[in-house]
Design a protein around this ligand. Structure first.
Ligand SMILES: [Zn+2]
Ligand SMILES: [Zn+2]
Length: 349
């Protein structure tokens, strides 16, 4: 089979790999949809000598198939996997990490926090930008019948990350939340927060992305390239600040603005990857009793809960996708995604 491999410095290659066969405790999926996530751009843009190490994910040994938003059907079971764990043909998503399986994090569905260090599929282990993918059966999360494979792919990282952050922040229908960055994670957060009854202030420097945030139910939009985002949010909240602020961009200036635009006693959450932030701790945090949360994706249980929420509320997550690609179009697909003005892309197999 062919798989997409990032070569560093905005290059990629469709390389040949043997079709995988499942070992003990493993299954092979036939991939139906494999999403493109904002964090893929970190790897796509990385230097030839490895962007995975810079994100604290360890170094690579040999070419790895990209794609960490896998969704497909069960195609083969390895020894020791019972049919009821993974019925052939079952529609499934993948929680795209595996760990030792015995530490408290693995046992509670948070394999990405494994004490032994996790495998991250699509980053340090073969991912879903290919026809087949081999994973431990413990990584499978059922895809509700109501949801398409493309929606399942989005839930497997970007949309699930947005959901996980909103849950951790304790978002309620009484809140106003400022969401910095309206890429795939930020737009999902806008859709989900609106569905949870909150009012959303959406921020981005791309007019296309702001227009989509409006369609997805935000209360107001702010372009931080044109006006000071902290002042704009204060003005939209009667001088109080937002109850909650979420940064999905990873940009240092946006992180600082998120912290400064939250109200006293407010909660701020960072989900954007990479880079740094400099805060004036006394003025920005202590004097304002802020809660600052770092949030990395979700557990297997959280992923299932997110999918159920989306299915029951009929949230049109598939509208995030502006581009549907064949695997052979990967080069063009990532070149366009790299410009960060379009919506989300997905490979359909
Ligand atoms: Zn573990
Ligand atoms: Zn991701």
């Amino acid at each position: 089979m062919k798989g997409v491999v990032f070569g560093g410095e905005r290059t990629l290659e469709l390389m040949s790999f043997p079709d995988p066969t499942p070992g003990p405790g493993e299954v092979v999926l036939e991939i139906k949809a494999s999403g493109m996530c904002g964090s893929d751009l970190k790897f796509y843009r990385a230097s030839k000598s490895g962007g995975t190490a810079s994100l604290g994910l360890g170094a690579l040994a040999g070419p790895v198939i990209a794609g960490h938003e896998p969704c497909g059907v069960v195609a083969a079971l390895g020894p020791g996997v019972a049919e009821r764990q993974a019925p052939l043909g079952a529609r499934v998503m993948v929680h795209h990490y595996s760990g030792c399986g015995v530490c408290p994090h693995c046992r509670s569905g948070w394999a990405q926090l494994c004490r032994e260090g996790p495998i991250v599929y699509g980053v340090t282990g073969h991912g879903a930008h290919a026809r087949f993918m081999k994973v431990p059966v413990s990584t499978l999360v059922a895809l509700p019948d109501e949801l398409g494979f493309d929606t399942g792919a989005a839930i497997s990282c970007g949309t699930g990350t947005a959901y996980g952050a909103l849950v951790r922040m304790g978002l309620s229908g009484r809140d106003r939340i400022a969401i910095f960055g309206q890429g795939p994670v930020g737009l999902s957060a806008t859709q989900l927060a609106a569905a949870m009854g909150a009012r959303v202030l959406a921020l981005d420097v791309s007019p296309e992305r702001l227009a989509r945030a409006k369609e997805f139910g935000c209360e107001a939009i702010v372009d931080p390239g044109k006006s000071d985002p902290v002042a704009a949010i204060k003005e939209l909240t009667h001088g109080i600040g937002a109850d909650l602020a979420l940064d999905t961009s990873g940009a240092p200036a946006a992180r600082l603005a998120a912290v400064r635009s939250a109200k006293t006693w407010g909660t701020v959450c960072f989900v954007g990857e990479g880079d740094t932030v400099t805060l004036d701790v006394s003025r920005d945090l202590l004097r304002r009793q802020l809660t600052l949360i770092g949030s990395w994706t979700f557990s297997t249980v959280g992923q299932a809960e997110c999918a159920r929420f989306i299915a029951e509320r009929g949230i049109a997550i598939d509208r995030l996708f502006t581009h549907r690609w064949r695997l052979e179009e990967a080069e063009k697909a990532y070149r366009l995604f790299d410009a960060q003005t379009a919506g989300k892309g997905v490979f359909l197999m």
